[in-house]
Write a protein that binds this ligand. Structure first.
Ligand SMILES: Cc1ncc(COP(=O)(O)O)c(C=O)c1O
Length: 349
């Protein structure tokens, strides 16, 4: 064990949500898109299959050009990743020396902490208020990198836009705004890229584009920032199939827009129904909701739902012990969830 870096030895490691290997579970635990990608992507896979003996395009030219049109930026403002997690990792390795500080909110995507720990960085956890929201811009002069997610999990709401912008303006470090869930919200932060050279926006094909299994993410930032990040990126970090699938997926915006609208409708119904079932539920701008049952401890609800083959997420985090996070599934999946909750509630009455 003496060979292992101390920071790695002392890190528990990231714990991903359960990916069940058997059974008929209703899977509402990892914020995947419940709808499959369009079947029109199938021929793309067949085409690429015959070329799998060749390495993929190391700079993902076609994918970046297509993404650039969607995001309204030039393709040299885009870096590709093996999922957006890869982009987060590249950002740390580009801008933070071990021992230097990475800041993020006390309640947010837990991978930020894991990445900081294994890098040997110092961490500054910025307290959120009772609504898990920023109460002011982050003033942290020692932070080389500040991670935000907006919408911010596990709550699912955008962070205060003025405070995000003021943080970009005031900090001397890099600011990452991780927009993994932004297609389910009313607005994004792409416009801020024109104003702030120290900003990296992060996007993913995993949630909105139903491609979590393909692993494609993007960083969008100034050319000078990406020039450095590209030195750190593995040369073939997005495989051939993933590049082709993601490029083709972008051609089906209308199809996806319908899926996003549908998820927003289901989300609205889910929130109303949970409130009717005596839950406290935050409003959400993402494809999940954070809900606290008033009639059963959240950890018990998680376990009892799992016994009934409905999988939601419970976090052993002191601020959210009373909550479960529920991904917005299809209508039949949400129907089954609500029916099961109704049953469990009746059992306790
Ligand atoms: C805020 C946030 N960022 C990034 C990711 C990871 O996305 P990807 O599948 O692109 O690595 C997740 C996944 O749950 C997330 O919640």
């Amino acid at each position: 064990m003496f060979l292992i870096r101390e920071c790695v030895l002392n890190t528990p490691g990231y714990v991903p949500g359960e990916q069940p290997k058997y059974g008929n579970l209703i899977k509402l635990n990892t914020n995947e898109n419940p709808y499959p990608p369009p079947f029109e992507l199938l021929p793309v896979l067949q085409d690429e299959l015959s070329k799998l003996n060749l390495y993929p395009d190391p700079v993902c030219s076609k994918l970046r050009e297509t993404a650039a049109i969607i995001y309204g930026v030039s393709s040299d403002m885009i870096i590709t990743g093996n999922g957006s997690d890869d982009i987060l990792n590249i950002a740390i390795r580009t801008f933070v020396n071990p021992g230097e500080t990475i800041a993020f909110l006390d309640v947010t995507y837990s991978l930020y902490e894991t990445l900081a720990l294994v890098h040997g960085a110092s961490m500054r956890k910025i307290p959120t208020n009772g609504e898990f929201e920023l109460s002011q811009p982050i003033i942290c002069p020692e932070a080389k990198l500040i991670f935000f997610a907006s919408p911010n999990p596990p709550l699912g709401k955008h962070l205060n836009r003025q405070y995000l912008e003021a943080t970009c303006a005031k900090t001397t470090g890099i600011v990452v705004i991780d927009e993994a869930y932004v297609n389910f919200a009313d607005y994004d932060h792409l416009d801020l890229l024109q104003k702030y050279d120290n900003l990296i926006l992060v996007r993913t094909m995993s949630k909105a584009y139903s491609l979590a299994g393909a692993r494609v993410g993007f960083g969008i930032a100034s050319k000078s920032v990406l020039e450095q990040m590209n030195k750190v990126r593995d040369s073939y970090n997005v495989d051939r199939l993933a590049q082709a699938l993601a490029t083709a997926a972008f051609q089906h915006q209308e199809n996806y827009q319908q899926i996003w609208d549908k998820i927003r409708q289901t989300r609205k119904r889910l929130i109303t129904s949970l409130r009717d079932l005596d839950f406290f539920v935050f409003d959400s701008e993402a494809n999940f909701v954070l809900a606290s049952p008033k009639w059963i401890p959240a950890s018990q609800l998680y376990t009892q739902l799992r016994e009934k083959e409905v999988l939601v997420r419970y976090f052993n985090h002191p601020r959210i012990l009373d909550y479960v996070r529920i991904s917005v599934g299809t209508d039949p999946e949400i129907h089954r969830l609500l029916e099961t909750i109704q049953y469990l509630k009746a059992q306790r009455a």
